[in-house]
Design a protein around this ligand. Structure first.
Ligand code: G4P
Length: 511
C-alpha cells in the first residue's frame, strides 16, 4: 500500500489551524518552519500585513505544501503531504481547488465556538468529493462548551456520525489531561505552561463527573468504523489543544492508520488509478510572480499515477505538445528541494512561463483528461475602470494572468469595452487591486456592474447563434473565449433557461 497521506486542514479563522500546523510539523521533525508558519498566521490577521506577506510570495509558497515523515514500527515510513488551504475569511476558488488535491482532511473546531460558517462551507466542499474528515476539537485547555454539545453539533449540523476517540479530563482551569479512549491512558499537563511534555499515565480513578460523561458517551455514540470514515459518513473526533500539544500525536497516528492512501481520480472515460503505470497528474494551483524580476510561475501538480522522474516529458492538456520537466520542485517543509522522483499523492512544483494552467492534466501519453476542477459562477461582479486609459494593454495582460491563476475570473463583453471581473469573495477584489498596482503598475477602480451573476453556455453552434441574436448585450467571453451569459438576476437565468431549452446554463465550468 502507498505510504503517502495527502491532506489539508480546514477551519474557520482563529480556530487554531496555524498552531496545529506548526505542532504537526514539529512532531514530524520539520522544526525550522515552525516560526515561519506562526509568523504567517499572525500576519494574516491584519489585512494590510497579509497583503505584504502575499507580495513576498516566497513565504506562502514554501508553506503551500509541507511534507513530513514518520517511521512505522516495522521500519517503513509514511510520508505526509499537508497542503495549505488559504486561510482567508472569504471562501475562494483557490481553497476549493486545493481540496481537490487531497485525500482527506482534518477539521479544526474551537471548543468554545463550535462549528463556524467557514468550517461548514469547507466541510461541504469536502463532502462534494467524499473527502473523509478527522475532527479535532481544539483549545480544551481553555473553558469551552460541553463535549456532548460539541459532538452533537458536529453530528447535527454536518449530518455525520461522530465517534469520540479521546476525551478531555476537565476543561479550562480544571483541565487535567486528555484520555485516549482506545488505550485508557491519559496525557498529562506538566510545568507552569501546563503543556504536554510526554507524561502519559494509566487513567486510574477518574473524577466522578468525567467517569459519568464517559459512560454516557460510550453508550450514545457509535464506535469508530474505518469504512464509514473513509466513505465520508463518520468522523472520528479528538479533543485536544494545539497550543499545549495535546492530541497532536494522536492526530498523526490517526492519519497514518486511517486516512486513505492516494485515491483514484475522476477523468473523462473513467477513473485513473494510482497503480496505472503512466505518469499522470493535474494542476490545482498556479502561483505567479514569485520573483517580481522574472515573470515565472510555479504550477502545483498533484501526481495521480506513476513514478515521476526528473527530466521526464509530460504533455499538458492545454498545450498538446510535451514539455520536459527538468527542474521540478518538491516543497519540503524547511526548504525547496529538487525532486528526483515522486509518487502518487505527492505534489510537484513545475516552474513555467505561463504554459501551465489550473485544471490542466499532464500525462506521458497525452491520453488522460482529469475532470472535476471547476470554475464557479462568480457571486460578485465588478466593472474594471482604468485611471489611466492608455494602460488598456497592461490591464488585459494582468486580467488574463490573474484569471489564469484563479485569483479572479474575467469576462469580456461582446459589445462595449467594459471588462468585468467576477469573484466568489470580497477579499479577492482587494487582492486584485493590490496586485494590479504592485505587479502590473496599473491603477484601476472597480465599479458596480449591471450584472449579478454569470452562466457558461453550452449548445450547438446554431442554438448559440440564435441566443446571441437576441441577447448580444448580455453575452461575454471568458478568458478561454468560451461564451458566457451575463445575467441581471437569478430570475433572469431561470427565464432564459426556460426559453432556450437547447442551451445549458452552467454555474460551473470544468476545463
Ligand atoms: P488560525 O490559523 O486558525 O487562524 O488560528 P491560529 O493558530 O493563529 O490561532 C488563533 C489563536 O488561538 C491564537 O491566539 C492561538 O495562540 C490560539 N490558540 C490556538 N490553539 C490553541 C489552544 O489549543 N489553546 C489555546 N488556549 N489557544 C490556542 P492569538 O492570541 O490570536 O495569537 P497569539 O498572539 O497567541 O499568537
Amino acid at each position: 500500500m502507498s505510504s503517502r497521506r495527502t491532506f489539508a486542514i480546514i477551519s474557520h479563522p482563529d480556530a487554531g489551524k496555524t498552531t496545529l500546523t506548526e505542532k504537526l510539523l514539529l512532531q514530524g521533525g520539520a522544526i525550522h518552519l515552525a516560526g515561519e508558519v506562526k509568523a504567517r498566521g499572525q500576519a494574516r490577521r491584519a489585512r494590510s500585513d497579509w497583503m505584504k506577506i502575499e507580495q513576498q510570495r516566497g513565504i506562502s509558497v514554501t508553506s503551500s505544501v509541507m511534507t513530513f515523515e514518520r517511521a512505522n514500527p516495522d521500519g517503513s515510513t509514511i510520508t505526509f503531504n499537508l497542503l495549505d488551504t488559504p486561510g482567508h475569511e472569504d471562501f475562494s476558488e483557490d481553497t476549493y481547488r486545493t481540496l481537490t488535491a487531497v485525500d482527506s482532511a482534518i477539521m479544526v473546531i474551537d471548543a468554545a465556538k463550535g462549528i463556524e460558517p467557514q468550517t461548514r462551507k469547507l466541510f461541504e466542499v469536502c463532502r462534494l468529493r467524499s473527502v473523509p474528515i478527522i475532527t479535532f476539537i481544539n483549545k480544551v485547555d481553555r473553558e469551552g462548551r460541553a463535549c456532548f454539545d460539541l459532538l452533537d453539533e458536529v453530528a447535527d449540523v454536518l449530518a455525520l456520525d461522530v465517534a469520540p476517540m479521546s476525551w478531555p479530563v476537565g476543561m479550562g482551569g480544571l483541565f487535567q489531561g486528555a484520555l485516549d479512549l482506545a488505550t485508557g491512558k491519559i496525557s498529562r499537563p506538566e510545568g507552569d505552561s501546563r503543556e504536554f511534555l510526554g507524561k502519559v499515565e494509566d487513567a486510574g480513578a477518574l473524577p466522578p463527573e468525567v467517569a459519568e460523561e464517559l459512560e454516557l458517551a460510550q453508550a450514545g455514540y457509535p464506535e469508530f468504523d474505518l469504512e464509514a470514515y473513509r466513505g465520508g459518513d463518520l468522523t472520528p473526533v479528538y479533543f485536544g489543544s494545539a497550543l499545549k500539544n495535546f492530541g497532536v500525536a494522536a492526530l498523526i497516528e490517526a492519519i497514518a492508520a486511517f486516512a486513505p492512501p492516494p485515491r483514484p481520480q475522476p477523468a473523462d472515460g473513467g477513473e485513473i488509478s494510482p497503480d496505472r503505470d503512466e505518469v499522470t497528474g493535474f494542476v490545482f494551483k498556479v502561483q505567479a510572480n514569485m520573483d517580481p524580476q522574472h515573470r515565472d510561475r510555479i504550477a502545483f501538480m498533484r501526481l495521480v499515477s506513476g513514478t515521476f522522474k526528473r527530466g521526464m516529458k509530460l504533455t499538458p492538456s492545454g498545450l498538446g505538445k510535451p514539455i520536459a520537466v527538468h527542474s521540478p520542485i518538491l516543497f519540503f517543509a524547511q526548504d525547496r528541494e529538487i525532486a528526483d522522483s515522486a509518487e502518487p499523492g505527492d505534489i510537484i512544483g513545475i516552474p513555467n512561463h505561463g504554459t501551465l494552467r489550473v485544471g490542466d492534466t499532464l500525462s506521458e501519453r497525452n491520453d488522460v483528461r482529469f475532470t472535476g476542477l471547476p470554475n464557479f459562477a462568480p457571486e460578485i461582479l465588478r466593472r474594471v475602470a482604468l485611471k489611466d486609459p492608455t494602460k488598456t494593454k497592461q490591464l488585459r495582460k494582468a486580467l488574463d494572468d490573474l484569471s489564469e491563476e484563479g485569483v479572479i475570473q474575467v469576462f469580456y463583453p461582446e459589445i462595449g469595452s467594459q471588462w468585468i471581473v467576477g469573484v466568489v469573495g470580497q477579499l479577492q477584489l482587494e487582492v486584485l487591486i493590490s496586485r494590479l498596482e504592485a505587479e502590473y503598475k496599473v491603477e484601476a477602480v472597480l465599479e458596480g456592474s449591471p450584472f449579478d451573476t454569470a452562466r457558461w453556455l453550452k449548445g450547438s453552434d446554431q442554438a448559440l447563434k440564435d441566443f446571441a441574436d437576441f441577447n448580444k448585450m448580455n453575452l461575454a467571453r471568458d478568458r478561454d473565449g468560451d461564451p458566457v451569459f451575463m445575467a441581471r438576476s437569478a430570475w433572469d437565468v431561470g427565464y432564459q433557461q426556460e426559453r432556450n431549452p437547447d442551451l445549458t446554463f452552467s454555474a460551473t465550468k470544468e476545463r
